[in-house]
Design a protein around this ligand. Structure first.
Ligand SMILES: [Zn+2]
Length: 294
């Protein structure tokens, strides 16, 4: 069996013609066991099989523990399980006749959403040749992704300077993550390329929010995210929602608290109270879908 590094190299070689140097935007070429551009910028494939295109970046907020918590909540506990069929139903009309599909997840963190979408996708469309690529600037996220999930290619890179050439992606995902619309529209294929953005709905994690926020801030206000999406993709724009209230055990609730930035500065007494009193959690998401037509 191929080592994880060799598996990563194999996936990398498929996308190499569209990969750009993050420093100078020249094409990156695989040669002599590393990838480099004509201007001698060189990047390594780690032994875990991911490519690091931002080796100087040091992440301080998003730690290994946080990504491990996310992996348990999303990958094992499947708290967002309902999301993937909503995504697939939106994508299906666009990919029904395609044998090769390349999808980029921007801000993938520890990769659980992309992996689970991949699993649902291969169950629905067995024969497709899928190139799934997960990108995040947090190296600990990508390291965790590469540890648990082998199907996608994982990249440490900046989503505000996407290291891919113009018109190189069939689909782009942005799940509860910031979006640089100019870059997304640049890398998407014109006309046939599609973009999915998932944002919190009004009641997202409301059981936690109502314990720690003033009343006026408990409900998420999606207006500014919706406006930005509409400003950039005004044509052929669809909107779905996922609303589910799920039971949650105390240990898992602790992990959810650990991975939720809103909770990072809450005092211990409040956390203990929340752990003792909350036994269900609301996942309320808005899913926006558009083609890259304008
Ligand atoms: Zn370069």
């Amino acid at each position: 069996m191929l080592s994880k590094r060799n598996q990563g190299i194999h996936k990398l070689q498929k996308i190499e013609p569209d990969l750009l140097c993050p420093n100078c935007e020249a094409p990156l070429i695989w040669k002599d066991n590393q990838i480099s551009c004509a201007n001698q910028h060189t990047f390594d494939v780690a032994k875990q099989g991911y490519l690091n295109l931002a080796p100087q970046h040091h992440e301080i907020h998003y730690t290994k523990e946080l990504f491990q918590a996310r992996q348990t909540i999303m990958g094992d506990l499947r708290l967002y399980e309902g999301l993937y069929s909503v995504l697939l139903n939106l994508i299906t009309p666009e990919v029904a006749d395609m044998d090769n599909v390349r999808v980029l997840d921007l801000g993938c963190g520890e990769g659980s959403h992309l992996q689970l979408l991949h699993e649902h996708w291969t169950k629905r469309y067995l024969k497709r040749n899928l190139e799934f690529i997960g990108l995040d600037l947090a190296k600990d996220g990508i390291t965790t992704a590469a540890k648990y999930y082998q199907s996608p290619l994982w990249l440490v890179a900046d989503l505000s300077h996407i290291p891919f050439s113009d018109n190189s992606m069939d689909g782009v995902l942005s799940i509860l993550s910031p979006s640089n619309y100019k870059e997304i529209k640049r890398v998407l294929k014109k006309e046939t390329g599609w973009f999915i953005k998932v944002i919190p709905g009004t009641d997202y994690l409301k059981e936690l929010r109502e314990r720690v926020l003033p009343e006026s801030q408990i409900g998420h206000d999606p207006t500014s995210s919706l406006t930005r999406f509409h400003d950039n993709f005004c044509c052929s724009y669809k909107q779905e929602t996922l609303y589910q209230r799920l039971p949650i055990e105390q240990d898992d609730l602790q992990l959810l608290i650990n991975m939720t930035p809103l909770m990072w500065h809450v005092d211990e007494e409040t956390i203990t109270q929340i752990l003792n009193e909350i036994n269900q959690i609301t996942i309320d998401l808005i899913v926006l879908f558009a083609m890259n037509k304008n």
